[in-house]
Each structure stands twice: as C-alpha cells, then as structure tokens.
Design a protein around this ligand. Structure first.
Ligand SMILES: Cc1cc2nc3c(=O)[nH]c(=O)nc-3n(C[C@H](O)[C@H](O)[C@H](O)COP(=O)(O)OP(=O)(O)OC[C@H]3O[C@@H](n4cnc5c(N)ncnc54)[C@H](O)[C@@H]3O)c2cc1C
Length: 508
C-alpha cells in the first residue's frame, strides 16, 4: 500500500551522488511529503581516504557542494554538512532533528549498499522511515532483464531492451521543485578546504562545477557539436564529445534531462539524429555498467569472467611508472596519460588505448590501472571505470575479445591523423614531421628528449596472445549457467536483429 503523504512530517534528504535541485527524484519526493525539510551531506572518511577519491575529484566535489549550497540558500534552505562514518552520522542527525522520514537516491556499488543497509537499520530502530529512490539511471538493472529473467551480460541486447522499455514507459524529468519550510534553527556548516581534505598539490584547472554549468554544457553540446558526434567522437584531437561525465558522476545533471533535451534537439533539427542517437547509446553504456555492477558486485575485485582470474600479471614497476608518467615512448599513449595528468580527464578512445597498453603490452593487472584512473579522473566512477578496464583487459562482461589488441601506433595514426593531440600534450614531439609523429624511433634523427619505446609492440602482442590462450577455457569446458545466459542473450539479440532493432552490434 502506498503511504498517504502527511505534510506535517519532518523529512531529511541525504545528498550523495545527486548534487542538484532539479529532477532529483529523492529530493522531489522528500519535498512532496515534508512539512519541514532539511538537506544533509556527509563527507565519508572512508571514501576520502581510500583509492576512490583523488585530489582533483575532491576539489570538484567541494566546488559542486559550494554551488549546491548556494542554490539551496537562494531557496532559504541550509545544506547541513557532517564528516565521518555515514552509518553513525546520518542516524545521529536524523535523531537530533527528530526526523520522520529519510530519503536518498539509490547507489549501486557494494560498499554503498552495505553503508545504506547499516543506515537503514540504525534509523529504523529510531522509527524513521527510509525511502530509497531510483535516480542515477533511467532504468535500473532490476527493470531490464533477459527473457530468461537474468541480468544482461552483453551490451547490445541490454540497449535493445532499454529502448523497448523507453518506448513502453519513458521516464521524464520531474516537474519544478517546490521546497517546503526548512527545519527551524539549523545552519549550513562551513565547507572544509581542499587543504583540510588533503586535496591540493596539482595545477589542474577544473571545469565550472554545479547544476547550472552542467546544463549550459549540455545545451552547448546539443547546439552544435553533437551533429558530428557519430564520426568525431573517436577523435581526441577534436572537441567532439559532451564532457558531461564529471557532472553525471556527481549528479549535477540527471540522465533523464539528457534524454529529454536530446529528443527536443532532434525534433528541432532532425539532421542531428545520427549524432544524437549515437550519443544516447553512450549514455546507455553508462547504465549498462551500473547494471553490471549491481548484478555482479564481484567485478569490484575480480574478473567478471572467472577463467581470467587465472591470468598471471607482471610486477613491472618501471613499466607501470613509465605508463603513469606518460613516458612509454608511444606518443599516443603518452599524450593520453599526460592529458589525464594535466586536465583530470581523458578522451574515451585514449582511455581504451592506454588501458589496452597497460594490460596487454605491459601485462600489468587491470586493477592497478583502474585504481590509478580512479585517483586521477574528475569523472572517476566505480561502475564505468571498472567496466571500461575490464572491457579493455578482455576480462569483462561484453569485453574486447582477448585476441584483439590495439596497436598504439596505428590507433594514433587513425584517430589523431594530423597529430594535434600528440603535439598538444607531448611538446617534445611538437616539431616532429607528421610521418614519424606516432613512431618517432623510426625518424632519421629521433628526438633526444623523448624516450625510446619501453616494449616492442609486436613481441608483446604475441606474448599476450599466449598468456590468454593458456587460461581461456577449452570449448568443451564452457557451459553452465553463465553460458546459457549468454546464449539466451544472443537469442534475444538475434530476435532484435530479425526485427530490425539493434543493427550496430559493434562495441564502442
Ligand atoms: C578504461 C576506461 C575507463 C573509464 N572510466 C570512466 C570513469 O571513471 N567515469 C566515466 O564516467 N566514464 C569512464 N569511461 C567511459 C568514457 O571514457 C567516459 O564516460 C567518456 O570519455 C566521458 O567523456 P564525455 O562526457 O565527453 O562522453 P560523451 O561521449 O559525451 O558521452 C556522454 C556520456 O555517456 C557516458 N559514456 C560515454 N561512453 C561511455 C562508456 N564507454 N562507458 C560508460 N559510460 C559512457 C558518460 O556518462 C558520458 O559523459 C571509461 C572508459 C574506459 C575505456
């Protein structure tokens, strides 16, 4: 039975990865049910101290909270800030303000789920009702299942099921937010400084944070660049993608708003359709990886496909350091790693190539690369980062087949054809002739201040094929439930293809 709202209630909205006021499902529901409302954010010491949060993302979080606090203040509401273990801080706060209800938006990682279960059980003992809402994704993993009722393991059928669901039950953004009165006599706490959170020490210039900036960026992208997205999205030398990932990561904008705005743009300018549809499919990759994480939490520590847990990874500290510092001697890889160091963001094509290089050319465990990305990316996100790394390492759900190994030279020649990306981030090569830019060691006089390749790609490719060959299961050994699931999904996919849906089965 749906509880009848009584507006005399005192309600707490706990902000987490949803730092916005508009189209925020939990906040809207809390506001609709509350007589008095108070907004809370907790700096979780475990997340601040762990691998999960590097300095640039913490500073972006602080800037996003600053904006959120200002947005709330213009509506007469404080943002209460606490620091510590949410399992203690949230129940203590709910008790202190005598809350009747506590609302939050669902989070899907295993740590977040344990944390939320602990908060739920603590506040329930105090008689506070918890209401969890779906917000981070348009459709959750529980809403999208194969015909056999299992979680999807392959992107294309997931995407087709996603679009079918959209056709039946599209999820639109919430209407305007009407906030009730604030809980009296509660002040906004002061935000910690970056230094207090140990988040200084680099010169990365962050994008403007906050909800308004996210919407401006979306509008600017839909106003032009999206037109060439289908062709340009693989070119790191062009500014052809939305760069919305840091905003989506902290929830400064909702996926529903992205879909709604994209459809509005398509209605106004139908010629944008190919770019827009391709872009929306990328947003569905994001939802796919959230679904994978929710259904298969073991991916956080292990390979999605257990057979690849038997792979032996190299302890190559010098190789790892060269990769981190952008000094591998492969210009496209080095440009990408320096883009990450200098901007806190990296282009998707470049992420795929550097992840392949680390795991397949250097044979280093994907988890080390994943952690490094997580500590450097402003958009570092458990689901997408883990999904991207396991894809590149061929250990994941719908991964790059293990025998496909990116050649860092040809990838550079193809996706940075004029060399603008390499020249921008690897100044040692700025004067290099086009012909040798992606393979400077072949130049008659190789640049003196740029390293020679740390490995020979052709040799490493053959070596990696042998490593994978040794652990992949023999065809007769394949079977069991996982295989049956995949077969069921391919049947779903085949049906989709017969019906003319999901023509593009290519990954990325
Ligand atoms: C090894 C690796 C690690 C990655 N780590 C992250 C990460 O930590 N955080 C993150 O947000 N993305 C990650 N990605 C996915 C992708 O690279 C970024 O989402 C994208 O580059 C962000 O740029 P954009 O906002 O301009 O994307 P656009 O091309 O404009 O796409 C729009 C949005 O769709 C989503 N999206 C696009 N591509 C993907 C994808 N392949 N997987 C999941 N979502 C996607 C993002 O939310 C993105 O903002 C990773 C990819 C790889 C290969």
């Amino acid at each position: 039975m749906i509880p009848v709202p009584t507006r005399s209630q005192r309600v707490v909205h706990w902000f987490r990865n949803d730092l916005r006021l508009r189209d925020n499902r939990a906040l809207s529901a809390a506001a609709a049910r509350a007589g008095e409302l108070v907004a809370l954010f907790v700096f979780d010491d475990r997340l601040l101290a762990g691998d999960g949060a590097g300095a640039p993302r913490i500073r972006f979080l602080l800037a996003s909270l600053e904006r959120l606090r200002a947005d709330l203040a213009t509506r007469g509401h404080p943002l209460v800030l606490r620091r510590g273990d949410p399992a203690r801080e949230v129940p203590a706060f709910a008790r202190a303000v005598k809350a009747d209800e506590l609302h939050w938006n669902a989070d899907y990682g295993p740590y977040a789920r344990r944390r939320d279960a602990a908060v739920r059980s603590a506040v329930s003992r105090d008689g506070v009702a918890v209401r969890e809402h779906k917000d981070r994704v348009v459709y959750s993993e529980a809403e999208l299942r194969t015909q056999g009722g299992d979680a999807f393991r392959v992107y294309s059928p997931f995407r087709n099921a996603w679009w079918r669901r959209w056709a039946e039950a599209p999820e639109r953004p919430e209407g305007p937010l009407r906030l009730p009165k604030p809980v009296p006599a509660i002040q906004s706490g002061s935000l910690p400084t970056a230094a207090e959170l140990d988040a200084e020490g680099d010169s990365i210039e962050l994008p403007t944070a906050g909800e308004a900036a996210a919407r401006r960026r979306l509008d600017a992208f839909l106003d032009g660049p999206v037109e060439r997205y289908a062709d340009g999205r693989d070119r790191p030398d062009l500014d052809a993608t939305s760069r919305l990932s840091p905003y989506l990561r902290l929830g400064a904008i909702s996926p529903r708003v992205c879909f709604e705005r994209a459809f509005a743009a398509e209605r106004e300018r139908p010629r944008m359709r190919p770019g827009l549809r391709k872009w929306l499919d990328e947003l569905i990759w994001r939802e796919f990886y959230v679904a994978v994480l929710a259904a298969h939490p073991h991916v956080v520590t292990r390979s999605f496909r257990p057979e690849f847990d038997a792979l032996r990874w190299e302890e190559d500290e010098a190789g790892f350091r060269a990769w981190c510092e952008g000094r591998t001697g492969y210009p496209f890889v080095d440009a990408a790693m320096r883009q990450l160091a200098q901007t806190g963001w990296m282009h998707n094509r470049a992420r795929m190539v550097v992840a392949s290089f680390l795991t397949k050319d250097l044979g280093i465990d994907w988890r080390r690369g994943e952690r490094f990305f997580q500590s450097r990316l402003i958009d570092g996100d458990l689901a997408s980062n883990n999904g991207g790394w396991q894809w590149a390492a061929s250990t994941g759900t719908d991964a790059q087949p293990w025998f496909r190994i990116f050649d860092p030279v040809t990838q550079g020649e193809r996706f940075d054809p004029e060399g603008a990306y390499v020249r921008r981030f690897v100044p040692e090569l700025s004067g290099s002739p086009d012909r040798y830019l992606q393979r400077p060691w072949e130049a008659p006089t190789p640049p003196r201040d740029y390293p020679a390749p740390i490995v020979d790609h052709a040799e490493r490719r053959a070596w990696t094929l042998r490593r994978f060959e040794a652990v992949r299961p023999a065809p007769a050994a394949r079977g069991g439930r996982a295989t049956r699931n995949r077969e069921q999904e391919s049947r779903d996919g085949a049906t989709d293809r017969r019906r003319g849906r999901g023509k593009n089965l290519e990954l990325f």
